[in-house]
Design a protein around this ligand. Structure first.
Ligand code: TTP
Ligand code: MG
Length: 241
């Protein structure tokens, strides 16, 4: 593997526009292979943190390190190869289903594509498409349902060898039955990768190594599920509804 996948955020403060701070003094240390969950209400800044780890935006205050290297000094294509992601809004391109899945791993064999699709519970719907894996997707997958698009993004992450994984509401458009089905696949996806997971369903973050509770761009609680429940604070409130 290229890197170990240790990710550190040090005193990160960020806003999309001047004068409007979205994240305030964020400190997170993810050891290689750990699962870090971000929870908190809409607009708290969860997606923004993953945007910064992905270096979709430049930060002015604080720093983000991967294996101790400031991400500003990591080439963008290297960053892309080392971070797999399934985001809130899906990303597909015009091309076949197969090309979309092995995007980032053009060397992948057909067997690997099918294995990844099976992990993502996408194999059966792909087989029902007019040309199966050779079906051409119209721009951004317009001929698929939102849930199907998410499953293809999950398959793409599954085929990737990236040591870092970002899951931002990765199964939000998938029906409950498929979601239940895909749980094992998601575990397989996260295995041996440093994973940042954002999910509204708190049952999916329960087993995280660290749960980080955000409110208005600040970390207000941080710990394991048991620790946070014992604390009886915001997470406890969220969890017990
Ligand atoms: P997010 O980081 O998108 O908040 P979230 O991911 O916690 O919320 P949700 O659960 O709904 O997904 O937004 C934090 C703030 O940043 C919010 O005020 C909107 C703003 N923002 C922008 O201005 N531009 C952007 O591109 C994004 C993603 C957010
Ligand atoms: Mg979000």
């Amino acid at each position: 593997q290229l890197i170990k996948g240790e990710v550190t955020l040090k005193n990160v403060t960020f806003g999309y526009v001047p004068g409007k701070t979205v994240l305030k003094n964020i400190n997170v240390k993810a050891k290689p292979g750990q699962k870090i969950a971000f929870v908190g209400s809409t607009g708290a800044g969860k997606t923004t943190i993953t945007n910064l780890i992905n270096r979709f935006y430049e930060i002015e205050e604080g720093e983000i390190l991967i294996d101790g290297i400031n991400i500003k000094n990591i080439k963008k294509d290297s960053l892309r190869r080392n971070i797999a992601m399934v985001l809130q809004d899906t990303h597909l391109f015009s091309g076949t289903v197969r090309e979309n899945i092995r995007y980032g791993r053009p060397d992948a064999t057909d067997e690997e594509v099918i294995t990844a699709a099976k992990i993502a519970c996408a194999h059966s719907f792909i087989e029902r498409l007019p040309q199966g894996y050779d079906t051409v997707l119209e721009g951004d997958g317009a001929n698929l349902s939102q849930g199907e698009r998410q499953l293809l993004n999950i398959a793409r992450a599954a085929i990737s060898k990236a040591p870092i994984l970002i899951l931002d509401e990765a199964t939000s458009s998938v029906d409950t039955r498929t979601e239940k089905h895909i749980e094992r696949g998601m575990d397989q996806l996260m295995k041996n990768r440093t994973t940042f997971v954002i999910a509204h369903r708190l049952s999916t973050v329960r087993n995280a190594d660290q749960i980080i509770v955000l409110e208005h761009g600040e970390i207000i609680e941080q710990g394991t599920h048991d620790e946070l429940i014992k604390m009886g604070g915001r997470y406890y409130q969220l969890y017990t509804g």
